[in-house]
Write a protein that binds this ligand. Structure first.
Ligand SMILES: NC(=O)c1ccc[n+]([C@@H]2O[C@H](COP(=O)([O-])OP(=O)(O)OC[C@H]3O[C@@H](n4cnc5c(N)ncnc54)[C@H](O)[C@@H]3O)[C@@H](O)[C@H]2O)c1
Length: 327
């Protein structure tokens, strides 16, 4: 009896030991994720910010030294604002900033990363080239994620020899504020990698929603045709800029009207995503409004160019309709 109890205790002790070891291994793997973010632009610096703020060591990488300086400055300013608003303490800010490194050398920076998140310019050839590099220069078990708004995850995964470890991690702008991360499973993405990325998203204080890889995923498949329809309504003279935006703000409780949102996203980006939907589904309902095409061709890209449906000047928060749309 005593011997049996001792044996049971030993077995239980061993299982406890292996169980703790399992927890330690998976926990230590998680807590030691070394993150590399490619791109220091709008999204790259936001993603770097949230990883560092949540305790991950992170290297922000860009080919442009200027973009790296600008990106790091944006993170510092955003964290300063959070300290002023008492969302984080100044010690937390210092600790977070201490976890961030910058680099212009992709090959070295990804060589010991366990999670790589690509947030470089939305260009398919560029992304394919970057993923070939990640495949070659990062550790074999590293997860390769992309923040692409519209490019096929499956197509990106196909240039690597580890498509099961390639996944979409679609953060929303502004990253430190927005709660959603749309997680896109490519055709070959494994359950384990989808689960790991969902867990990491939760650790960032965000909400993961897992979707499958079809053009536009969910967010842009629903959002971008709505914006296009608002532009068509303007073009056809159904109503003016302010009227269309007000209907959607006050009538549908959207925080911002579709035309203002288009300016914020960038009209070139809206057009590019419509082209992806048009190519992917081959349906006329995704044809870009000719007004949108004209605006992009004439360099009226929204906030980033200073003019779109509205005019933008630094320091002015008032919404002023562009004179092209004034009666
Ligand atoms: N802006 C948004 O609202 C938004 C929202 C969700 C997803 N996205 C996606 O995020 C990605 C980045 O968009 P963004 O708005 O931050 O663009 P951005 O133009 O602000 O920044 C892109 C950065 O990538 C850098 N870059 C270009 N080639 C590079 C290379 N070879 N290596 C390293 N860095 C390189 C550029 O120098 C630039 O700093 C895109 O795929 C975009 O579709 C954007």
């Amino acid at each position: 009896m005593v011997a049996e109890a001792a044996e049971a205790a030993e077995v239980a002790g061993k299982s406890l030991f292996y169980f703790s070891l399992f927890i330690m291994t998976s926990e230590s793997r998680k807590s030691t994720h070394k993150v590399a973010i490619i791109g220091a632009g709008t999204m790259g610096n936001g993603i770097t910010h949230v990883f560092a703020q949540n305790g991950f060591p992170v290297t922000m990488i860009d080919i442009s030294k200027e973009a790296l300086d600008r990106g790091l400055n944006t993170i510092i300013q955003n964290m300063d604002r959070m300290v002023q608003k008492e969302k984080i303490t100044s010690a937390e800010k210092d600790r977070s900033l201490g976890l961030i490194k910058t680099s212009a050398d992709i090959k070295t920076a990804v060589s010991d990363a366990t999670l790589i998140i690509e947030a470089a310019t939305e260009n398919v050839d560029l992304k394919l080239k970057l993923f070939k590099d990640f495949n070659q220069f990062s550790p074999k078990d590293a997860i390769l994620a992309t923040n692409t708004s519209s490019i096929s995850i499956t197509k990106i995964a196909a240039v690597t020899d580890r498509p099961q470890q390639v996944i979409g991690m679609h953060f929303m702008n502004p990253v430190p504020v927005m709660k959603l991360v749309e997680i896109i499973r490519g055709y070959s993405t494994s359950d384990e990698v989808a689960k790991e990325i969902s867990d990491i998203t939760l650790r960032l204080g965000k909400v993961p929603v897992v979707v499958n890889d079809y053009p536009g995923f969910v967010a842009n498949r629903v959002l971008i045709p709505m914006i296009n329809e608002a532009i068509i309504a303007l073009w056809e003279g159904v109503a003016g800029v302010e009227e269309i935006d007000t209907v959607m703000k006050l009538g549908m409780a959207h925080p911002m009207g579709p035309l203002q949102l288009a300016d914020f996203i960038g009209l070139d980006v809206v057009l590019a995503i419509l082209r992806v939907l048009q190519d992917g589904y081959g349906q006329p309902k995704y044809s870009p409004c000719p007004l949108l095409v004209n605006m992009v061709q004439s360099g009226k890209l929204g906030v980033k160019s200073g003019e779109g449906f509205y005019n933008y000047t630094a320091g002015n928060k008032e919404l002023i309709v562009s004179k092209a749309f004034k009666p």
